[in-house]
Design a protein around this ligand. Structure first.
Ligand code: ATP
Ligand code: MG
Length: 390
């Protein structure tokens, strides 16, 4: 008897003529995710994708856990594949659903018959199988509107698929179908959540992080790498760029007005990010800014930051409250790492009274009073790349 994983397409099913390329991208991402567990065979038909393990020793629970983080499926489940014989179907269903049945009070049976040669029609399968389930588990009652357990039998060409209990899929669309972006990744709570949200919309992300040794420690950088590791199950492998930022920050401290320090620093971060992005053919930038959260994230500050950008900057958490961001950070398991108390380069040399309403012309003038170009070029040249793998 064999078991496999079934995925119900979400948004992919609505992609019309492009559907195939979205399905292929989804399968590619599944393969990448499942490869370390063993070999699987992938098939697709009627907005359903199946991953079937090719050997018996594969850990299917772990496979399901991994697949639940791959964007592109609305739901997934483990299904049993049995011979298309009604007696076999009844017997195997009753065994297969035991655990869920014992935890439920109400149920319904759903039947789908894509193999029209099967002698019973769907309503008949539901009736007959429902009756057998009631006999086997007399504590259950049928509730077709709001059942605690839904038992599904699909009669397909290559067998009868039995499953109960869909798990929620990751939703979204497959990573790799919506272009590329460079995420400015700090060690904080917000930017990892921003990564998750862009990946969910199919964007392939690279990450850039600025370090200022000796003001920031090696452990602070390692913390950000660990955040990338937490993000990789959702985002896929991440090219992680680490930029030495100390000299720029020191020059800024020594040459620019203190109240504009943060805003100019953010513009310089953007400049470096877009240079590397342009060099690598990456199309946009992503940050974890949320409007009004801190002085550097007022509307005025964001306008001044964007004035230094040549490429689109996406801020997927811009309209979210901290509590909403934290909720997602907990879900994707980045929260506990994010709150570890390491210094960030943003927190060294922070002005006592940052300007909350800076004007672009004033900021530009202050920034242009010092020639940052050689330091920017040096920081870009000395940037280190490490690929964080799944
Ligand atoms: P986060 O929780 O993401 O750190 P924050 O609320 O602490 O955000 P800031 O420190 O002002 O806010 O940073 C705003 C955004 O700037 C971050 O979300 C991130 O995209 C980027 N950023 C800040 N510090 C760094 C850094 N050291 N390296 C890379 N990007 C950074
Ligand atoms: Mg931060």
């Amino acid at each position: 008897m064999k078991e496999l994983i079934i995925f119900k397409e979400g948004e992919i099913a609505l992609k019309g003529l492009n559907k195939r390329s979205f399905e292929d991208a989804f399968i590619r991402n599944l393969k990448h995710r499942l490869e370390p567990l063993g070999k699987f065979d992938y098939t697709k038909s009627q907005s359903t994708i199946c991953a079937e393990p090719m050997s018996e020793d594969i850990d299917l629970d772990e496979a399901v856990n991994r697949c639940s983080k791959v964007f592109g499926a609305a739901a997934l489940c483990r299904a049993l594949v049995v011979e298309k014989d009604f007696e076999v179907i009844c017997r195997e269903t009753i065994t297969h659903i035991r655990e869920t049945a014992e935890l439920s009070r109400t149920f319904k049976v759903e039947a789908k018959r894509s193999d029209k040669k099967f002698p019973m029609k769907s309503p008949e399968i539901c009736m007959e199988l429902g009756g057998r389930i009631l006999e086997a588990y007399p504590h259950l009652t049928v509730d077709v509107k709001n059942p605690q357990m839904t038992v599904t039998v699909e009669i397909r060409d290559n067998g009868a698929y039995i499953h109960s209990g869909n798990l929620k899929g990751a939703g979204g669309i497959p990573v790799g179908t919506s272009g590329t972006a460079m995420l400015l990744l700090s060690g904080g709570i917000d930017s990892p959540v921003a990564a998750y949200m862009m990946a969910k919309r199919g964007v392939r992300l690279s990450a850039i992080h600025y370090v200022s040794p000796p003001y920031t420690s090696e452990r602070a950088r390692l913390k950000v790498e660990r955040l990338c590791e937490k993000l990789a199950p959702y985002c896929g492998d991440i090219a992680f760029y680490c930029v030495p930022f100390t000299e720029i920050q020191e020059a800024l401290r020594d040459n620019c007005p203190e109240e504009l320090f943060t805003i100019i620093m953010r513009r310089l971060m953007m400049e470096i990010a877009q240079r590397i992005a342009e060099e690598k053919g990456i199309q946009a930038l992503v940050t974890g800014e949320s409007v009004g959260q801190v002085a550097s994230q007022t509307m005025g500050a964001i306008v001044c930051t964007d004035a230094a950008c040549r490429m689109p900057v996406f801020r997927p958490v811009i309209g979210m409250d901290k509590t909403e961001i934290v909720e997602i950070a907990r879900k994707i398991d980045t929260f506990d790492i994010s709150i570890e108390p390491y210094e960030d380069c943003c927190t060294v040399f922070t002005p006592k009274h940052p300007k909350t309403r800076p004007v672009p012309a004033e900021v530009e003038k202050a920034q242009n009073s010092y020639d940052f170009e050689p330091l920017i070029a040096k920081a870009v040249a000395e940037t280190e790349l490490k690929v964080i793998k799944l």
